[in-house]
Ligand binder design. Structure first.
Ligand SMILES: Nc1ncnc2c1ncn2[C@@H]1O[C@H](COP(=O)(O)OP(=O)(O)OP(=O)(O)O)[C@@H](O)[C@H]1O
Ligand SMILES: [Mg+2]
Length: 250
């Protein structure tokens, strides 16, 4: 459906036994938009993104991706429509080379069976081009092991990979929580480049200042519900911090 919002969730609820983790959540993210999810511990942020990426099926509610109703029974279902998740402990293999990691499970092959072989030169090349586009310009060779990359560079690699393989929505749950300020900046840059390339991005981050710097919209959650949604240019970071802390009336 042309013109439809990229991903829309309506009245989504998910419980674990008696515990209602998220309730009646309405949420949307569009192409070319970064939406930040903030809220206190246990507010339901991770549960919400796990509903978005197919890790959980909601108990109630509807989701539309690209205008079509979707129902995910697994992360694979979500990935097949273009929802890519970057976890903090991302699925990279440190001992393998950078290009191997970039193509992990999606290797390019040449020739015909039974004489197929890996298109290594091409994969090396594509990896370098994609990482340069993400701002990793100091990388010497795609043959180096992922081990040599910093935390921020690894996150950027995962984002570049998601973008290259046709992802249209990137979901990041605290991608920078273990990173230094400088490394966090690398991840932010990769997220901006992905957004400017037309992807939608949903990002959870405890650092309100960081969220306020990079997000176009901020969704504040409290006790499993959406408390408020604000555009970044209409609030200060302090105001967002106040709402997260429960000082709503200020
Ligand atoms: N698999 C689960 N089984 C039972 N309860 C769960 C499960 N996952 C989350 N919860 C509960 O649901 C509520 C929301 O948790 P969630 O992880 O979504 O919060 P969060 O906003 O991501 O918190 P944090 O900022 O600490 O990561 C919490 O009360 C949590 O204990
Ligand atoms: Mg969480």
């Amino acid at each position: 459906m042309p013109g439809a919002k990229l991903f829309v969730l309506h009245d989504v609820t998910k419980s674990f036994g008696n515990l209602v983790a998220i309730e009646g959540v309405v949420f949307e993210v569009d192409r070319g938009e970064i939406v930040g999810l903030v809220g206190d511990n246990g507010a339901g942020k991770s549960t919400l993104v796990k509903v978005m990426n197919g890790f959980y099926s909601p108990d109630r509610g509807v989701m539309r991706f690209d205008g079509r109703p979707v129902r995910f029974n697994s992360p694979r279902d979500a990935r097949s429509v273009g929802i890519e998740t970057v976890y903090q402990d991302l699925a990279l293999i440190p001992a393998l080379s950078i290009w191997r990691n970039f193509f992990l499970g999606r290797e390019l092959k040449k020739g015909r069976a039974p004489f197929m072989h890996l298109a290594k030169a091409e994969m090396r090349n594509i990896t370098m081009v994609n990482l340069r586009e993400m701002g990793l310009t100091r990388l010497r060779s795609p043959d180096e092991p992922v081990d040599i990359l910093s935390g921020g560079e690894r996150q950027a690699l995962a984002i570049a990979r998601a973008r290259h393989f046709g992802g249209s929505l990137l979901v990041l749950d605290e991608p920078t929580s273990a990173l230094s300020v400088k490394e966090t900046e690398k991840v932010s840059e990769a997220v901006r480049i992905a957004r400017d390339g037309g992807l939608g991005v949903v990002i959870i981050d405890h650092n309100i200042g960081h969220v306020h710097r990079i997000c176009d919209r901020i969704v504040i959650m409290e006790s499993g519900r959406v408390l408020n949604t604000v555009r970044r240019d209409e609030v200060t970071a302090q105001r967002v911090a106040d709402m997260v802390a429960g000082r709503h009336a200020l």
